[in-house]
Design a protein around this ligand. Structure first.
Ligand SMILES: C[S@@+](CC[C@H](N)C(=O)[O-])C[C@H]1O[C@@H](n2cnc3c(N)ncnc32)[C@H](O)[C@@H]1O
Length: 290
């Protein structure tokens, strides 16, 4: 049920390159929740289950997903004659004044698809489109239609993460991908995460841990290892990626075509090894249960 597709958005910190590795660790579930959805690359890459809930505190992002879900034709109609140019990027960034939700979604979609790494924090939202590595405007309608189909009946909200986790139905599975602990995330997102937020996240997970299953991804730092000592599985994971799919290289420090390694902690409060026995024989990805 539900096609496996790519996220409609480019998204800083998105989990596109780790999607297979993450999906291997997901247990059977009928209620799926992402409290920090961003580009929701895991939701779009996995099979859709009976109930699904995507949340992100960024209201513009969620508004765009709602418009894609409920008014795909209207959105396509507004974008159909657009070209990806610096002038239009500047127009949507600095001149266009949205008057309604559809206007806001048009602006968000255009800027997201044409900005460097999809960064939407307005101070760091720069032109970053390239015909070779970005989705071309003529392909946007097809992408919107597919995304809309997958988003049907999906609950979309723009709440703080605590409310979502506290309100999650018993036995739900949550994929939790918060901003990193040690990273300059302020420049990526419109809402930053402070040290206190990391502690609040840990507390809300602790108080709901016996009724929910979660897979939490984080940067591998001593503070996070310490904070999550109480969780049954902590894996160090790494995966390869090359920068050519969605990133403009002009402003970045990383070079196109070069292979990089993603390295993170997977923090899991259920028996992921037992549920996915094949995973034990994987030699590609190092797994270390602590
Ligand atoms: C690492 S990104 C998620 C990336 C996503 N997994 C993907 O594949 O694209 C973290 C997200 O957390 C959101 N966020 C930050 N503070 C939040 C809060 N207090 N409650 C909910 N979401 C928040 C940001 O807007 C950002 O989209």
């Amino acid at each position: 049920m539900g096609q496996e597709i790519n996220s409609p958005f480019r998204y800083a910190g998105g989990k596109f390159y780790a999607r297979k590795l993450i999906i291997e660790h997901i247990p059977d579930h009928s209620y799926y929740i992402e409290p920090f959805a961003g580009g929701a690359s895991i939701f779009f890459a996995k099979n859709k289950v009976e109930k699904n809930w995507l949340n992100d505190i960024d209201e513009e992002l969620i508004n765009c997903l709602i418009i894609i879900r409920d008014y795909p034709k209207e959105l396509i109609n507004r974008l159909k004659n657009e070209k990806a140019t610096k002038e239009r990027h500047n127009y949507y960034k600095n001149i266009f004044k949205p008057e309604n939700k559809l206007d806001r979604a048009v602006r968000w979609f255009y800027l997201n698809r044409t900005s460097y790494s999809g960064i939407m924090n307005i101070q760091n939202c720069y032109w970053g489109y390239g015909d070779k590595y970005s989705m071309r405007p003529e392909n946007w309608p097809r992408n919107i239609i597919r995304t809309s189909a997958k988003l049907q009946d999906v609950k979309l909200t723009s709440l703080g993460f605590e409310k979502v986790i506290d309100e999650a139905e018993d036995k739900a599975f949550l994929f939790i991908d918060p901003p990193y602990f040690n990273a300059d995330q302020d420049k990526f997102y419109t809402h930053s995460f402070k040290e206190d937020d990391h502690h609040r996240l840990c507390n809300v997970l602790k108080r709901n841990s016996d009724r929910l299953k979660f897979l939490l991804t984080y940067d591998n730092s001593p503070e996070i290892r310490d904070l999550y000592k109480w969780v049954s599985e902590l894996h160090e994971k790494e995966w390869n990626y090359t920068l050519n799919r969605t990133d403009d290289q002009k402003n970045g420090t990383k070079r196109k075509g070069v292979r990089y390694k993603g390295r993170e902690l997977f923090i899991i409060n259920y028996d992921s090894i037992k549920q996915k026995p094949l995973f034990l024989f994987s030699t590609v990805n190092r797994s270390q249960s602590l």
